[in-house]
Ligand binder design. Structure first.
Ligand SMILES: [Zn+2]
Ligand SMILES: [Zn+2]
Length: 366
């Protein structure tokens, strides 16, 4: 079928079917032919250039992530980028051939939280009939040749931003949204970042670019710490060889950091954040944990420390990430260590889970 398009662009002829990874049961992902979705009002169809994988995809793959679509009808993948190939009739914000990156979340736009911009905390989360969609979680995502998304959750990327850079901008938006929620203005502040995964590494860069003084990166894998250094971290702490609390206190004249950012999801790190944050400072938590966390909350209160948490990449912060990337201030491509074709997605997830060859970001190319 041919779809309508702006006068200056030829209509794109879309195939009826595409290859897509479908989660058919716990740890049962099959790549199969699926219909190519057609965009309705407010929607854009994107030819996926690549889609990142992350720890959330492993939870989804294992079959225990809340609010996903039913087995047999669900394509995961929430960190994708690509080219616009069709739009709903009312969409004029993007054009055919535009290269775009995404936020995973599209809020309903009608609940109280969405009205104040907190759409990753949409009160209609997981309710498509109210207009909410989270790609690759509550709606079909980017482990496919084509993906549908709401136009409000797409950002055009300029030519100097490669798809490898763009595929990390959803991730960068998570760190930037957290910084935004925690006050935003970090120039001159000392910051400790726990967890040099993709979120932590993009946040290292963001903190340096926003004028932070010392950025101290704490992790357990030397290769990731070295990557953090290349991306701007001033001090590295290998948590298996050094005590992060003692080293951070020493680096900050005994006071602690202004802001500790928890990106690791390890059960012991929130307490370490509490111990390295200076009196009156802030802790920002953007990770998910395998279970309840033990934290000496009294010491947090005694020291007048404020804890912030944010989910995902809200507050229009992917737009900020695009701007930083366009200026060469956020580099994503260096984090892309592994690329797999869509047909090998099960192998890609195995490599991520078993940490074969020390992957940082594994991307799927459909
Ligand atoms: Zn993710
Ligand atoms: Zn909402």
């Amino acid at each position: 079928m041919a779809l309508t398009s702006p006068d200056n662009v030829l209509p794109v002829r879309l195939p009826d079917t595409m290859r897509a990874a479908v989660l058919c049961g716990p740890q049962d992902m099959r790549v199969m032919d699926q219909p190519v979705p057609r965009p309705g009002p407010g929607e854009v169809l994107v030819r996926v250039a690549m889609c990142g994988t992350c720890g959330t995809d492993l939870k989804i793959y294992d079959g225990h992530f809340p609010l996903t679509l039913p087995f047999g009808a669900f394509t995961p993948g929430h960190e994708w980028t690509g080219t616009v190939v069709a739009m709903g009739e009312d969409v004029d914000e993007v054009g055919l051939g535009d290269r775009v990156c995404i936020e995973a979340h599209h809020g309903c736009g009608r609940c109280n939280n969405c009205l104040v911009g907190k759409y990753t905390a949409c009160l209609n989360y997981g309710n498509p009939s109210k207009g909410h969609r989270a790609t690759g979680m509550t709606a079909n995502g980017g482990f496919a040749e084509y993906a549908l998304h709401h136009v409000s959750s797409l950002y055009r990327i300029p030519p100097q931003v490669s798809y490898q850079d763009a595929v990390l901008l959803t991730t960068a938006g998570t760190g930037l949204y957290g910084l935004d929620a925690a006050g935003g203005y970090i120039a001159g502040q000392d910051i400790a970042i726990f967890g040099p995964g993709p979120v932590g590494l993009m946040t290292v860069q963001a903190c340096k670019q926003l004028g932070a003084a010392k950025v101290i990166l704490v992790g357990t894998r030397a290769s990731r710490l070295e990557m953090g250094q290349r991306l701007g971290a001033d001090h590295l702490i290998h948590a298996r060889e050094q005590d992060p609390v003692a080293v951070i206190r020493e680096l900050t004249g005994g006071l602690g950091v202004d802001l500790a950012i928890e990106c690791s999801g390890a059960l012991e790190t929130p307490q370490q954040c509490a111990e390295v944050t200076k009196r009156g400072g802030k802790i920002l938590v953007v990770a998910f944990y395998p279970g309840p966390v033990t934290l000496d909350l009294s010491s947090v209160v005694r020291n007048d420390i404020t804890i912030y948490t944010t989910r995902g990449e809200g507050g229009n912060n992917v737009k900020r990430a695009v701007a930083l990337a366009a200026q060469g201030r956020l580099r994503g491509s260096e984090l892309v260590t592994h690329t797999f074709p869509l047909e090998e997605i099960t192998e890609a997830l195995r490599v991520m889970r078993e940490r074969i060859d020390d992957p940082i970001k594994i991307v799927i190319v459909p």
